[in-house]
Design a protein around this ligand. Sequence first.
Ligand code: AMP
Length: 418
Amino acid sequence: MINIPKGLKDVLPNESYKWEKVMKVVYDLAKLYNIKEIRTPIFEHTELFLRGVGDSTDIVNKEMYTFLDKGGRSITLRPEGTAGVVRSFIENSLFNEALPLKMFYVLPNFRYEKPQAGRYRQHTQFGVEVYGADTPESDAETIMIGYEFYKKFGIKPQVHINNLGCSICKNNYVEALKTYFEPKLSQMCEDCKRRYKTNPLRLLDCKEENCKLHVENAPKMADYLCEDCKTRFVKLQEILTALNIDYIINPILVRGLDYYSNTVFEFYDADKTKGLNALGGGGRYNNLVEELGGKATPVVGFGIGIERLLLYLESKNINIENENKVEVYVANITNDTIKIMEIVKNLRDNGISCEMNLSGRSLKAQFKYADKINAKFVITVGEDELTSGMFNIKDMFKGTQGSIPENKIVEYILENRN
Ligand code: AMP
């Protein structure tokens, strides 16, 4: 037997309805917020991610699935959604569309990470990216989309927000961080020593207990924000408060990717924030389009992990209702299978989901099967029924049964389906 590669997971038929629900929630939100879907390819030129995600990140350094294709080109499986969308925005001149342009995707990412609960080598993100708006209102609206998404699944989300500043205040802050951490580096982990050189902001993000001790007293970004960034951060908070979005300011929130500046945020569950990985997160990246060769365009966006959402719902015993129900099983005790297929077709033509005996089973086995697939009604059709035109119908949930004329079946089911 050939097994699934390490760190991957199948979505099995008995759980795929959850993904259907996720897509329904996404499409419903997209309509309400006027967000259009974008689908970029699963692989891109490696250079896109080197430049777009940043070569100081763990993703680029350790986690990319990179290979040479048969033409000798370096190809990388998408490790995150944003870089591909930026590439497409530039390449397809989407800046000529009505801006702001809001886009979403639900696409798989590939990262060679150490597999553990909630961390896979292929995971799917619902991402939203808003191009061409640089206001606290667009930050707030983007946060709101993610917030509403979680609420639809019965989660009480809490948003952590921070502001990393514009390029000027961010640089001042980074210098302050370097001054603070330099004398402490010898007591910190190897990753932090590397981060000090490549991306000092990420020193705030270290999960090692020893390093966290130093983070507590580190300079706070809020003290380094310029007036413009401060005003913007305050406005964002005012909007979130007015819209009843549960948020807290998290001064050490920096996010894992290099491209963020200004607003950053992460989604947690309000009931169990401590020690839990973020359910999703995002922020603003106003320089990325230009860095990848396009006309400077501000962008704000987020990525929400779907596998992590589903795992989290399971851990909290929050069910997603399976709305896909087989309403009718048509059992046959006649050889006139064409007649049975006609009956089934007529039910389906009327929007009634049904199933029939496709494997030549006995009547008893057919009832057992109908029970297993949770069919609400079983209609039994034999020679007598075909002659009289009266069919036996059993409500499997209530245990009641009766007889109805063939031409009343559809009407009966439609009236009694709930
Ligand atoms: P990131 O792109 O790293 O900011 O991740 C955004 C969200 O994607 C996270 O909050 C998770 O929900 C999800 N995610 C990231 N990496 C993984 C992974 N390896 N396995 C499952 N979900 C992931």
